[in-house]
Design a protein around this ligand. Structure first.
Ligand SMILES: [Zn+2]
Length: 154
């Protein structure tokens, strides 16, 4: 498993964690970019219970978890732990990032600075950063979010 770093420049970008419940009363969590995405997937019966595969899903409580640059280390750690448990969700998250973020590979720390210091650019990028780069960025007040990058095909 690879760790990918993402930079969330646009403060209005966030993902929402929903607590979901199936018709057999199983509760689980899932991540969506917004409530519309949840509604769309649910309508198409693309959501299913992780325990019994029922696709009669409803959402219980909404808990926004990622919020742009305002993440602190503690919430990142909690997030990492939670995400590690849920590979299915990670794959969804990966697909979401691939669709909505620009991949910049190991040029991440350079690109982040370009974006960060150009106030007009609202862009979300992802790529890899070394621990040193990460530390330098943190000193400049730029937080990265680490995402365990799971492979889709195992
Ligand atoms: Zn179920």
């Amino acid at each position: 498993m690879q760790i990918i770093e993402i930079s969330l420049k646009n403060d209005s970008y966030f993902m929402i964690k929903y607590n979901l419940k199936c018709n057999n009363n199983h509760e689980f969590e899932s991540w969506f970019s917004d409530s519309e995405e949840f509604n769309k997937l649910n309508k198409k019966k693309l959501l299913e219970c992780i325990y019994c595969s029922s696709n009669k899903i409803e959402k219980s409580i909404m808990a926004p978890m990622i919020s742009g640059m305002k993440l602190n280390q503690e919430s990142v750690n909690i997030l990492d732990k939670k995400l590690l448990k849920e590979k299915k969700e990670l794959i969804k998250l990966r697909e979401h990032i691939e669709k909505n973020f620009e991949f910049v590979g190991d040029k991440l720390s350079k690109k982040i600075r370009d974006i960060y210091y150009d106030k007009d650019t609202k862009k979300s990028i992802y790529g890899t950063a070394t621990p040193e780069e990460r530390k330098e960025l943190a000193e400049e007040g730029i937080d990265l979010l680490s995402i365990p990058w799971v492979s889709k095909d195992n």
